[in-house]
Design a protein around this ligand. Structure first.
Ligand code: ZN
Ligand code: ZN
Ligand code: ZN
Ligand code: ZN
Length: 325
């Protein structure tokens, strides 16, 4: 060290003298000497500083070596490995935060389950993972007034059953029938009476009403009975026609008139006459014979009588011939 310092100083002095010898004027020499001296002083200082720094650096290096040496013995890995800051991945339901180096920090979040519903399985509200299956609806049966319904979520299926009314109330829930109009005893009896009449005789609609009124049922009860007896009035007209033909002879028009007299409509009466199966020639013969049983007739008189009864001329001639005229 001292040798470098001496070399520097001597170099400076040499430079100083050479510059002095180059100058002509003494004044300028002096001033230049001063400036040279100052420069030399500065240079010397700088040299000293650099030397000092050099010494300091040397001592620092020594110090570092002194401090690092004992640690090298205790932590040999740190000395060789480069510094590394962990960078952890985000924690998820199932992933532990992990650094690329393999280090972990904390733990996975775990699923955040929401309960299963009727239509969806147990589900993690964070990651959407599902577990198990939907619980399914918990149906309660449909009633008269409400549809089949899930007691859990309220969903409905189908329609309400509706009341099943009988005798004024619902057979299922006993709700009274708002339209129930109990049939009065008098109506029930009028209906029974109407049905019993129809068992042994044929009646027209109006004829049966008249018959019930004759039995002292009110007109309203009689109408109720006849409206509800279920009779087919065409069939009643035919039945009536057949019963007449059992004990008497009729022309086609005479039978219709008789049925209309019994209060059948003309349409019902024609239905009876058209479907009774009578042979009108035979009816004329039968009628001619019955007249001659109780009275005496000329041939023409008997023909006129049969035509009056509604037989055609041909039927009347047939009838008269059949009794011997
Ligand atoms: Zn790491
Ligand atoms: Zn999850
Ligand atoms: Zn449900
Ligand atoms: Zn009901």
């Amino acid at each position: 060290m001292k040798r470098i310092l001496t070399l520097c100083l001597s170099a400076c002095i040499l430079f100083c003298f050479s510059s002095c010898s180059n100058s002509d004027a003494k004044n300028t020499d002096t001033s230049s000497d001063i400036s040279q001296a100052e420069t030399t002083g500065l240079q010397t200082k700088e040299t000293n500083t650099s030397v000092t720094e050099g010494t300091t650096q040397t001592s620092e290096t020594v110090n570092n070596e002194e401090t690092q040496k004992p640690s090298e013995t205790t932590k040999p890995a740190q000395a060789t490995k480069p510094a590394h800051t962990h960078s952890y991945s985000d924690a998820t339901c199932t992933n532990v935060p992990t650094c690329s180096c393999g280090a972990t920090n904390g733990s996975a979040l775990g699923h955040k389950w929401t309960d299963a519903t009727c239509t969806s399985a147990k589900k993690c509200s964070r990651c959407g993972e599902t577990s198990g299956s939907a619980s399914g609806h918990k149906w309660t049966n449909a009633t008269c007034t409400s549809a089949k319904k899930c007691s859990r979520c309220g969903e409905t299926s189908g329609l309400a059953l509706g009341h099943s009314f009988s005798q004024g109330k619902c057979l299922r829930c006993n709700t009274p029938d708002p339209n129930y109009n109990p049939v009065a005893l008098s109506k029930q009896n009028a209906l029974k009476k109407a049905n019993s009449y129809l068992q042994f005789s044929a009646f027209s609609y109006l004829g049966l009403i008249e018959q019930l009124e004759y039995e002292k049922f009110s007109h309203e009860d009689a109408v109720y009975a006849v409206d509800n007896c279920g009779a087919n009035w065409n069939e009643q007209a035919l039945r009536k026609a057949n019963s007449y033909l059992e004990f008497s002879a009729f022309s086609y028009s005479g039978l219709i008139e008789q049925l209309e007299y019994e209060k059948f409509t003309s349409k019902q009466a024609r239905y009876g006459a058209d479907n009774c199966g009578a042979n009108w020639n035979e009816q004329a013969a039968k009628k001619a014979a019955s007249y001659l049983e109780f009275s005496s007739f000329s041939r023409q008189g008997l023909i006129d009588q049969l035509e009056f009864e509604g037989f055609t001329h041909e039927q009347a001639v047939y009838g008269v011939s059949s009794v011997g005229y």
